[in-house]
Ligand binder design. Structure first.
Ligand SMILES: Nc1ncnc2c1ncn2[C@@H]1O[C@H](COP(=O)(O)OP(=O)(O)OP(=O)(O)O)[C@@H](O)[C@H]1O
Length: 590
């Protein structure tokens, strides 16, 4: 039954429905919007939609193959966060002001094809990411005094950078048609070269700089339209420009050389190659791990029952009893189904993951065993311990502790899209615990280094005390070679972990894969950090702190968390922090 609370409805229609349907109709082919149906966008089943108090507060559609106009989404009057990066959205960004978008705090429209002017005047905006679009005009209509994360690089903007925007680094403005002024090279006033002080003829000219990124004479052609130049003044201008260009080119060359040197040094310090390729590349190189490779003990019954390999805490498990146990389906994911199995008259309860949806190419059986023997040694309070696994006759089972607290996914979807079942302190603690677990996985002494490969809310489980436990370490990492065959085609192409099979019971949003995974199937520690950043943003910006009314206070406190989320979800993998750095940033906010 559909339940709409009175305050969210006008004339029987949810207040946010018209804007969302207008957006959907301008994207008729977007598979990511397939779940956008029904009268209540806050039912929990609309992909990428997060609600607060029954109204749409967040739209998260990064890399979702969208191509229509973004404007309808900005008609959502209670919107706090809009993330539609990495699509092909076109058209103009409508003028945004405190009166029309009073709650908007995070606007992420980078890497689209948006055009027109940047007319944004929002007194409380915290994030404005508009890089790599086709925005034009000046920055004069941009009034965002509280913005902390800002980037308008790679557009067609021109004119002087002034006021509070000058506090951002040059990388936030680079690659535009003709921007100038701090932090970019200073602007040259046409009137001073012309000796004409009339205000009407004051024309700002960007000094030539690599960061302007346009053709050498683009700034002049963009700005000098009054045709009053004398030969002398043009020479003076060119001299200034050339002087600046030489200076900037020299300093840029030094920076590039240093960057390349540091990058090479860092590369050489990294692990040599990836685990599973080592078997497949024909050289049969032996993968090194730090401890005895044979430490996955055969369970006592394994010999007769076909091969259950047990690890610490799973020594008593028997394959026969597992197969005979009463089982309850916990859910079905992209890699297979998970069951709760009750053994020995209720004395032992485990979760068994059956990797039925994964197809491994022939010859990878041993690699799977080696990998699981490494994963089976990972023991940390925030990582779900693998107690045993079975790999025989084409059947692959993973046996874990059963955690009674459910998943973060379930908590996120409680009460129509909020995280109200977890108070603010609990949310912080879940995020911190998950970060500790991931950091442990990333620093676990194994070569090559371990990668989780599938960080998302349904893989962050809660124990009986509500502590976070990262589950399924390394399973999808192993299977990413067949990622496209196990994910719905369109979602895989868009780089989304859109688990449609589970959406009926638990809602469609399961976190995001990093953008680079759209082009490669190989998960990395950097893509884990991206996944964690998306989870963090989801938890922090999903709704306000339970029990608190003051939005301004919330903004102050959540701002630091959002900033960490932004860092983790940087487009370029090499710009993302390591989990250890994420942890240390988080610990300052705990
Ligand atoms: N050890 C466990 N204890 C309790 N619940 C679990 C356990 N492992 C998984 N679950 C729950 O079972 C459900 C299904 O999990 P499963 O891992 O099969 O799917 P998934 O995480 O959505 O997808 P994927 O296959 O991509 O990992 C999820 O809701 C998850 O929270």
């Amino acid at each position: 039954a559909v339940v709409l609370v009175h305050g969210e409805v006008a004339n029987g229609v949810h207040l946010d429905l018209p804007a969302l349907l207008a957006f959907k109709s301008s994207n008729p082919n977007a598979t990511a919007l397939a779940t956008w149906s029904g009268p209540n966008p806050c039912s929990g089943s609309w992909f990428g939609i997060k609600c607060n108090k029954g109204r749409v507060a967040g739209v998260f559609l990064d890399g979702a193959s969208l191509s229509g106009a973004v404007a309808p989404l900005l008609r959502l009057s209670q919107l706090r966060a809009l993330a539609v990066r990495n699509n092909s959205l076109s058209g103009a960004l409508p003028p945004l002001a405190d009166a029309t978008s009073p709650r908007l705090r995070h606007l992420l429209v980078a890497r689209n094809q948006l055009s027109g002017g940047l007319n944004v005047s929002l007194g409380a905006l915290l994030t404005l990411r508009a890089e790599r679009n086709g925005f034009s005009g000046g920055l004069g209509a941009l009034r965002v005094p509280t913005v902390r994360s800002f980037n308008v690089s790679g557009n067609k903007l021109a004119g002087e950078i002034s006021g509070e925007l000058a506090r951002f680094p040059s990388s936030a403005f680079g690659g535009n048609l003709a921007l100038c002024g701090r932090p970019l090279p200073r602007c040259v006033r046409a009137y001073s070269a012309l000796g004409d002080s009339s205000a009407d003829t004051n024309v700002t000219i960007a000094a030539q700089s690599p960061s302007a990124g346009a053709a050498p004479n683009a700034s002049a052609s963009a700005s000098l339209s009054n045709g009053k130049f004398s030969k002398v003044s043009l020479t003076a201008l060119m001299a200034t420009g050339i002087g600046n260009a030489v200076l900037i080119t020299v300093s840029l060359s030094i920076s590039v050389a240093m960057f390349l040197y540091m990058k090479r040094k860092l590369r050489s310090a990294k692990a040599p190659s990836l685990f599973f390729d080592e078997e497949d590349d024909g050289n049969k190189r032996r993968t090194t791990t730090t401890t005895n490779r044979d430490d996955g003990n055969k369970c006592p019954a394994a010999k007769s029952s076909g091969g259950l390999v047990c690890f610490e805490g799973g020594e008593a498990l028997r394959l026969e009893s597992l197969l005979k146990a009463s089982a309850e389906v916990l859910g079905k994911g992209a890699s297979g189904s998970t069951y709760k199995a009750v053994l020995e008259d209720g004395a032992v309860v485990v979760a068994v993951k059956r990797l039925s949806a994964l197809r491994f190419p022939a010859g990878r059986g041993k690699a799977f065993d080696r990998h699981m023997r490494v994963v089976g040694r990972v023991r940390h309070r925030n990582v779900l311990g693998l107690r045993a696994y079975c790999n025989s006759n084409g059947e692959r089972l993973l046996v874990y502790d059963f955690l009674p607290g459910g998943s973060l996914q379930a908590a996120l979807q409680a009460h129509g899209g909020g995280v109200r079942s977890l108070d603010w302190a609990a949310r912080k603690s879940v995020l911190f615990g998950a970060a500790q677990g991931l950091n442990y996985i990333h620093t676990f002494p194994a070569r090559p280094a371990l990668v989780h490969g599938n960080v998302k809310p349904s893989n962050i489980l809660l124990d009986e005390r509500g502590a976070a436990c990262v589950s399924e370490c390394g399973v999808m990492r192993y299977a990413t070679n067949v990622q496209h065959s196990i994910l719905p085609q369109a979602a895989a192409a868009a780089g989304l972990f859109l688990d449609l099979s589970a959406s009926g019971s638990t809602g469609g949003w399961h976190g995001y894969a990093a953008p680079e995974l759209a082009a490669t199937t190989r998960a990395t520690q950097e893509s884990d950090v991206y996944g964690f950043g998306m989870v963090l943003l989801e938890v922090v910006t999903g709704c306000r702190k339970a029990g608190e009314e003051g939005e301004e206070e919330e903004d102050d406190e959540t701002m630091g968390w959002v900033k960490i989320g932004m860092l983790c979800t940087a487009e370029a993998p090499e710009e993302r922090p390591r989990m250890a750095q994420v942890l240390s940033m988080m610990s300052e906010l705990m």
